[in-house]
Design a protein around this ligand. Structure first.
Ligand SMILES: Nc1ncnc2c1ncn2[C@@H]1O[C@H](COP(=O)(O)OP(=O)(O)OP(=O)(O)O)[C@@H](O)[C@H]1O
Ligand SMILES: [Mg+2]
Length: 261
């Protein structure tokens, strides 16, 4: 059984894609088979790695592929692209099917990678609801500015409301909130961080990602932060610590639940 994780928030520019790519890469480096799925029409993971394929999420939803064929990014890291603009048609199809909230879950049920990580679009849509029905956990990324905080608050409420509306059928839990871009020397970042800690003390990951040039540069070289400059950057160091904390929390949640990691 896979452990499925969505990196999700409706707010744009919170480093969802950056976190999804680097978390997937870090877990794959720990020799666990990981599948990274791009569900965003912007197809930023595809742009980063410059790899595309007919077997993409949109075509899976639209029934245009019979067998999964993943792009191999690394020995333990597979990738399913989104299909870009075809996601519009896929999203519209999802909203018209009878089992519209669980279609995604059924379509992806044969995937058996140890870990599945989904990068999501900055929106709340039929696709988001399907993703919530499919995954076990959600990680909410947040940038430490005022609008970042309110974006975090908003997605936490939407997830709660959606789960309540599904009357126990949606099992997704928020695994944690990750600060993905912060300048901790500023008063604003310190205030927002303290606010996040006070509001969600058990969910906020202790390790945070500071503003870093290497994190911005890595995608321009089609690399994750651990491969970029052989991982000898401050960005790689920070992402390593955050990813380890995330992995420990997955293990802890799995122990509390019934599945093993
Ligand atoms: N810690 C960081 N320091 C500096 N730049 C960063 C950091 N994290 C992410 N970025 C940069 O911020 C920009 C937005 O990041 P990213 O694309 O991951 O966000 P996103 O939430 O996926 O955006 P969207 O909502 O459009 O999907 C990118 O240019 C990325 O390289
Ligand atoms: Mg993105």
């Amino acid at each position: 059984m896979s452990i499925k994780i969505a990196v999700m928030t409706m707010k744009g520019g919170q480093a969802k894609t950056t976190l999804a790519i680097n978390l997937a890469a870090r877990i794959a480096k720990a020799r666990r088979d990981v599948l990274l799925i791009d569900s965003d029409i912007q197809a930023n993971v595809t742009t980063t790695f410059q790899r595309d394929h007919h077997c993409n999420l949109a075509n899976v939803i639209l029934g245009k592929v019979s067998d999964f064929e993943f792009i191999q990014l690394d020995r333990h890291l597979s990738f399913l692209p989104s299909g870009g603009e075809a996601m519009v048609e896929a999203s519209s199809y999802l909203s018209h099917t009878r089992f519209k909230d669980s279609l995604f879950k059924n379509l992806l049920s044969s995937i058996n990678h140890r870990i599945v990580i989904i990068d999501t679009a900055p929106s709340w849509s039929e696709v988001s609801r399907n993703i919530l029905m499919y995954v076990d956990y959600v990680i909410v990324p947040v940038v430490t500015d005022y609008l970042g905080f309110s974006g975090c608050d908003q997605i936490m409420s939407y997830i709660d409301e959606f789960k309540a509306s599904m009357l126990g059928q949606c099992k997704a839990e928020v695994l944690g909130i990750a600060i993905t871009r912060s300048n901790p020397r500023t008063k604003l970042a310190q205030t927002i961080t303290a606010g996040l800690r006070e509001r969600w003390p058990d969910l906020l990951f202790k390790r945070m990602i500071e503003e870093s040039v290497s994190i911005q540069e890595a995608p321009a070289f089609q690399q994750n932060i651990f491969d970029y400059r052989k991982g000898r950057t401050r960005g790689a160091e920070m992402y390593d610590l955050l990813c380890r904390e995330i992995m420990r929390r997955i293990v802890q949640r799995q122990k509390e639940g019934q599945n093993d990691y």
